[in-house]
Design a protein around this ligand. Sequence first.
Ligand SMILES: C[S@@+](CC[C@H](N)C(=O)[O-])C[C@H]1O[C@@H](n2cnc3c(N)ncnc32)[C@H](O)[C@@H]1O
Length: 242
Amino acid sequence: MATPAWPFPECDVTVESGRLPADGVRRMFDRIAPVYDAMNRVMTAGLDQRWRRATVRQTVQPGDRVLDACCGTGDLGIAARAAGAGHVVGVDFSERMLERARRKAPELEWLQSDVLTLPFEDASFDSAVVGFGVRNVEDLEAAIRELRRVLRAGGRLGILEITTPRGFLAPFYKLWFDRVVPLLGRLLPGGAAYTYLPASVRRFPGPEDLADLLGRCGFEGVEFRLFAGGIVALHGGEAGAA
Ligand SMILES: C[S@@+](CC[C@H](N)C(=O)[O-])C[C@H]1O[C@@H](n2cnc3c(N)ncnc32)[C@H](O)[C@@H]1O
């Protein structure tokens, strides 16, 4: 069947609502792969790499076998390796994003797969990290259960995700994310992705709800902390006994 043309005329309502079918998400990231890293640096004023390092510090122990799920261009996996991970496997369903990861760190393992059906045995990893990825999956609970499955009991999960701030930063955030980011996106290939981005954050569970969900999916000691005045949340938890 022919691939429908961008911006997915069969589902462009969902670009606005922050919901896309998995194939739409995959094609969206294939398309923005060339500008993805640069846009991250611009949108976060360079803070995104600091948040990734904090995620790794909280989640990964030296020597761990680490899964970077929804790895994209690989920055979290690369940070895990720099922090002493023993073996890093990055998984993403966008081949164009993976190509960038492979170019940046050919020594790590990068696999094309859907995070909902990971090609690993139960308990294959000591730790797993997900950066700005879970917000995009069609079935969030299924994704978290799948991450639990591939972690050994006692293994750690770290989820870094954009969230909606409630404090004094809320009006600034609204202006930046709802107006400036989509505008910047219009100048770029695959720019509709930057309309989808704020919309997908709006419909994503808040930090407390995500923590509850992690608990229901078999994670213990779940905690979260907020960065940059509550714009980004880092959740952590330990895989309970299966
Ligand atoms: C916003 S990017 C994040 C990339 C990277 N983790 C980072 O820290 O920048 C989200 C990535 O998740 C991937 N993704 C979304 N849904 C997925 C799924 N169901 N299975 C595998 N990858 C998925 C996309 O292809 C994209 O590369």
